[in-house]
Design a protein around this ligand. Structure first.
Ligand code: GLP
Length: 259
């Protein structure tokens, strides 16, 4: 099962995950990081700045989970722009080694396959950062997504478009389509780190971690993976039935076990 870690704040979560990423990059300078957008991972990227400051990151590779289709790549809210602004530039990564799915409409039919090939050619993702949508999506795999799915075009749900409207000038500006790594792609990563903060994420987290494995809640795919860390604040953990067990397991974790 996933290891569930309940922390006091999103800053504390950021430090915990950033420490693990820094450890990984020190051990493997050509580590492949799976990068997520949205507000959730920002505390991880923030904490990584100081932790990677004295580490050689010139060979680190990165793959973003998803991108909007048809949005100008130069738009400030394209995931290409977000990853450049929040991750590549502040951490000093090589932009040539960090990829985002190509959401431009010209060539979109083959963009998914090309992205899959690039991930395989890089040797696969070592550590995949994940957030979760209020409807349970990971990446942009909306409810109903196949557990075997690979990178492809999806249609966003009205709920996701409404959630993401805050990044745009209203919901009408939010693209209707996206290109996202599939659940099958995500499950190939060697370590999944799912973060969630706030009351609004509590139902999705309860379903993902303790509910039935179902395509209706794509985050439940994490139950199929052998190495998952779920990092939550108290509010996001508030609907978990076994929270006391997770706290006890974390408090008494043997020192030799990593994340
Ligand atoms: C977005 C992204 C996801 C993200 C999720 C939650 O639409 N495609 O990768 O995890 O929705 O976003 P936030 O972290 O802002 O709550």
């Amino acid at each position: 099962m996933a290891e569930v870690v309940i922390v006091g704040s999103r800053q504390e979560a950021g430090v915990l995950v950033a420490d693990e990423i820094a450890r990984l990059v020190r051990a493997r300078p050509d580590a492949v990081l799976g990068l997520a957008t949205g507000s959730t991972p920002l505390s991880v990227y923030e904490a990584l700045r100081s932790r990677l400051a004295d580490v050689d990151v010139s060979r680190v590779r990165g793959f973003a989970l998803d991108e909007y289709v048809g949005l100008d790549p130069a738009h400030p809210e394209s995931y290409r722009s977000v990853i450049a602004r929040e991750v590549v530039e502040p951490l000093g990564l090589d932009p040539e080694r960090v990829q985002v799915p190509d959401g431009r409409t010209a060539g979109i039919e083959t963009a998914g396959e090309a992205y899959e090939r690039a991930i395989v050619a890089a040797g696969g993702v070592d550590l995949q950062i994940l957030g979760i949508g209020t409807d349970g999506h990971i990446g942009f795999n909306e409810p109903g997504s196949s557990f075997a799915s690979l990178t492809r075009v999806k249609t966003l749900t009205p709920e996701t478009r409404a959630d993401n409207a805050r990044f745009f000038d209203g919901i009408d500006e939010v693209p209707r389509h996206c290109i996202t790594q599939g659940l099958g792609t995500i499950l190939r990563a060697r370590h999944l780190v799912l973060l969630a903060f706030g009351e609004a994420k509590a139902p999705a987290i309860a379903g993902a971690v303790e509910g039935p494995v179902t395509a209706m809640l794509p985050g439940s795919a994490v139950q199929l993976h052998p190495h998952v860390t779920v990092v939550l604040d108290e509010a996001a953990a508030s609907r978990l039935q076994r929270a006391d067990y997770y706290r006890d397991a974390w408090a008494n974790k043997p020192a030799w076990q990593g994340l």
